[in-house]
Design a protein around this ligand. Structure first.
Ligand SMILES: NC(=O)c1ccc[n+]([C@@H]2O[C@H](COP(=O)([O-])OP(=O)(O)OC[C@H]3O[C@@H](n4cnc5c(N)ncnc54)[C@H](OP(=O)(O)O)[C@@H]3O)[C@@H](O)[C@H]2O)c1
Length: 240
């Protein structure tokens, strides 16, 4: 199957690319980003990197590259830690509007199988809130904006009469256990305990997301515990 990984340079996307290259059922990977990436040595003909300068209006040449994709994993966003460095309108555009435009546009490019389900996963976060009357105390505007993105993406699938399947992943803190040093691990453990955030390992969430686009969505919203469970099951299946 052909899978688009959007946000080619990011923390999660980098591991997704690594795992997708090794996945036997993923035959073609298009990585979409605003910058060039250094391709992994084993990328071969399976992976193509596409640079996009306008995520609100895809050019015909980019549409041609994205056409006939079976699934897309959307990792592009301004994360909470970087959101104060970017104008609020830009944060909303990048984290919400780009994803909504993507699901609407790419799902229309399946000319060979217009009626079969195009699978789209939007990575959001555990604190994103869909109900505007329940504004969280911490980063309230940001959490509501990400919640609105979740609602709009799921609505796009609901209105598609089965041609689009959407899923929202809501991880807590994503940790790369293979790289995190002892001190940093201890600091992050205290941080997550204080903030009450659940955690998921980078390998686990990546395996879970790939499992879901390849085999179909267990449900339309994957909470942190679902991502851990599916990811661990999938990694065990791969002998890891
Ligand atoms: N990391 C975590 O612990 C965590 C926890 C919960 C949820 N999440 C969610 O998981 C998703 C991925 O997170 P991550 O940690 O992988 O984030 P990341 O490392 O910051 O990656 C974000 C990606 O978005 C791209 N991006 C940002 N601004 C852009 C713009 N204006 N135009 C095009 N692309 C742009 C970045 O490209 P450039 O490299 O070109 O900037 C990068 O590829 C996000 O939705 C995040 O909120 C992450």
């Amino acid at each position: 199957m052909k899978v688009i990984i959007a946000g080619s340079t990011g923390f999660v996307a980098t591991e997704l690319i690594h795992q997708a290259l090794a996945h036997p059922k993923v035959t073609s990977i298009v990585v979409l980003g605003r910058r060039e990436i250094s391709l992994p040595p084993n990328a071969g003909a399976k992976l193509k990197s596409i640079i996009c300068h306008d995520f609100e209006n895809y050019s015909d040449s980019i549409k041609a590259e994205l056409a006939e994709a079976d699934a897309c994993i959307w990792t592009i966003a301004v994360t909470p830690s970087k959101s104060k460095l970017v104008a609020w309108e830009e944060v909303c555009k990048i984290s919400r509007d780009y994803a909504v435009t993507a699901i609407e546009t790419i799902s229309q490019l399946r000319h060979d199988r217009p009626t079969s389900g195009f699978r789209f996963i939007y990575i959001s976060g555990v604190a994103a809130e869909r109900d505007p009357s329940k504004k969280p105390l911490i980063m309230g505007d940001y959490c509501l904006m990400r919640g609105e993105a979740e609602t709009r993406i799921l609505k796009c699938a609901q209105e598609s009469k089965g041609t689009v399947e959407a899923c929202v992943a809501k991880p807590g803190l994503i940790e790369d256990s293979s790289k995190t040093g002892m001190l940093s691990k201890a600091v992050r453990s205290v941080g997550t305990a204080v903030l009450g955030l659940p955690k998921v390992d980078l390998q686990e969430i990546s395996a879970a997301l790939l499992d879901q686009v390849v085999n179909g969505f267990d449900k339309d919203t994957l909470e942190n515990e679902d991502l851990v469970r599916i990811g661990q099951r999938s990694l065990r299946g791969m002998g890891k």
